[in-house]
Ligand binder design. Sequence first.
Ligand code: CU
Length: 144
Amino acid sequence: MRKLISGLFAAMALQSAFAAPLPEVTVYKNPDCGCCTEWAKHMEDAGFKVRLINTRNLEAERARLGIPPQLASCHTAQVGGYIVEGHVPATAVKKMLAEKPALRGLTIPGMPANAPGMGPHIAGTLKVYTLPRAGDGSRLYSVE
Ligand SMILES: [Cu+2]
């Protein structure tokens, strides 16, 4: 009986953890991009629902979203009204969604080898930058 009750409590705790569902992540990527798909899996593993959109013209998406070339990576995502460019860890995305900062989004320019979807992520070594609103400079957002 005690086991049943603690099981019930565990189920209720689990349910409340899912009470506020994470927003869907839309990922624009080149159909041949393997590390982009790996990053999408990383986000799914972290609890996000992911929608992949294949395109051979990512430059057009970045231009539409106003991502300057120096802050660009291999794929571009939209989640909860924010832009996520490149291999940003789910921890940083969740932090942004919780804190709702006045930003357009986050980016990890290029493709660092220690980022999720690239290679083994070494905690505390990965710099995430802000995608500034027009006129602002990009700043360090967090180190993951
Ligand atoms: Cu990549």
